[in-house]
Design a protein around this ligand. Structure first.
Ligand SMILES: NC(=O)c1ccc[n+]([C@@H]2O[C@H](COP(=O)([O-])OP(=O)(O)OC[C@H]3O[C@@H](n4cnc5c(N)ncnc54)[C@H](OP(=O)(O)O)[C@@H]3O)[C@@H](O)[C@H]2O)c1
Length: 276
C-alpha cells in the first residue's frame, strides 16, 4: 500500500502528511534548534499552539532557515481557555505576531473545553460556535488557508456544523496504536474531515507496549517508524515530536516500506499504557 506525502483537505489545500509536533518543547534554544533541525531534515509542516508558548522561537527558526513562506505549512491553535468571537480574533493576531507571519495554513480550536474543567464540554458549545464564526471570517479574509478543531468528538462537531454549515477541514485527536477513536474517525470519514493523529507514540508510552519491538525487528525499522507508517497506512496524519536530531530525522523516513494488513491489525490493538 502506497502512502501519500501530501493529503488534500476538503477545500483543496495540500498538507504534508507528516507534521513536526512541538508540544513540551521549551521556548528558546530548544524549540529553535529542534524546529531548525526538523526543517533541515525535510519537514515542511510544523504543529504548534499558543498554549505551547514556543511560537516565537519557532517563528525565528523558520525565518533563519530562510524558506519561502508558501513552501511551509504552519498550524497553530486557539487556547482551550480562550473562546468567543472577539477573543478568537485577538488571539489569532497575537499568534501571527509571535510566529512572525501574516497568515496561517491551519488554525484549530485547541479543545472543546478549558483543560481540567469538569464535564463533556457541551456547556461551551455556544462559545465554540462564536470562535468558529471568527475562524470562518478569517478564512474568508484569506488570513487562514484551512480551519479545524482538536479534541472534538462527534457530539461537539455536530452542533458546530449545524450552526454554521461549515465543516472543519481537520480534527486533530489523540490517536495511536491501541487507541483508535473509532467513533470520531467514522464521523470524520463521513464528513471528509482529515484526522490528524496527535501523540503518535502516546507521548513515549508506545515504546513500552508488548510486541512493538518484535514487529519493528521484522521490518528492520524502529518502533517509532512502525507507529508512523501504521498511522499513514490508516489514512491519518501523524504529528511526531522529538528534540533528538537522529530521531527527528528517522521519524520522516517512513516512506520506503509497507506493513502487511495482518500486522496492521496487530498494531491496531497494541497494549499501550493508557493516558493518565
Ligand atoms: N491538540 C492537542 O491537544 C495535542 C495534544 C498532544 C499532542 N499534540 C501534538 O502532537 C505532537 C506529538 O505528541 P506528543 O508530544 O504527545 O508526543 P509523541 O510524538 O507521541 O511522543 C514524543 C516522545 O517520543 C520520543 N520519541 C520521538 N521520536 C522517537 C524515536 N524515533 N524513538 C524513540 N523515542 C522517540 C520523544 O523523545 P525526545 O523528544 O526526547 O526525542 C518524546 O519523549 C505534539 O508535540 C503536538 O504537536 C496535540
Amino acid at each position: 500500500m502506497t502512502v501519500k506525502k501530501h493529503y488534500t483537505l476538503s477545500n483543496g489545500v495540500e498538507i504534508p502528511s507528516v507534521g513536526f509536533g512541538t508540544w513540551q518543547i521549551p521556548s528558546g534554544e530548544e524549540a529553535y534548534n529542534s524546529t531548525l533541525f526538523a526543517l533541515k531534515s525535510g519537514y515542511r509542516h510544523i504543529d504548534t499552539a499558543a498554549a505551547y508558548q514556543n511560537e516565537r522561537s519557532i517563528g525565528e527558526a523558520i525565518r533563519d532557515f530562510g524558506i519561502k513562506r508558501e513552501d511551509l505549512f504552519i498550524t497553530s491553535k486557539l487556547r482551550a481557555e480562550k473562546k468567543g468571537y472577539a477573543v478568537a480574533m485577538q488571539e489569532f493576531n497575537d499568534t501571527l505576531e509571535r510566529l512572525g507571519t501574516d497568515y496561517l495554513d491551519l488554525y484549530l480550536i485547541h479543545a472543546p473545553k478549558p483543560w481540567g474543567t469538569p464535564g463533556d464540554g457541551m456547556d461551551y458549545m455556544e462559545l465554540n460556535i462564536e470562535s468558529w464564526k471568527a475562524f470562518i471570517d478569517l478564512h474568508n479574509a484569506g488570513k487562514i488557508r484551512s480551519i479545524g478543531v482538536s479534541n472534538f468528538k462527534p457530539m461537539h462537531l455536530q452542533p458546530l456544523i449545524e450552526a454554521t454549515k461549515v465543516v472543519p477541514q481537520v480534527d486533530q485527536i489523540y490517536l495511536c496504536p491501541g487507541s483508535m477513536q473509532d467513533e470520531t474517525v467514522e464521523f470524520a470519514k463521513k464528513h471528509n474531515i482529515l484526522i490528524e493523529a496527535y501523540s503518535p507514540f502516546a507521548t513515549g508510552r508506545l515504546f513500552k507496549a508488548k510486541n512493538i519491538n518484535e514487529i519493528a525487528e521484522k521490518y528492520g525499522k524502529s518502533p517509532a517508524q512502525i507507529a508512523l507508517r501504521w498511522s499513514l497506512q490508516r489514512g491519518f496524519l501523524p504529528l511526531p515530536k522529538s528534540v533528538t536530531p537522529e530521531r527527528i530525522k528517522a521519524n520522516l523516513d517512513v516512506f520506503d516500506f509497507e506493513i502487511s494488513e495482518a500486522d496492521m491489525q496487530l498494531i491496531d490493538k497494541l497494549d499501550v499504557p493508557p493516558r493518565n
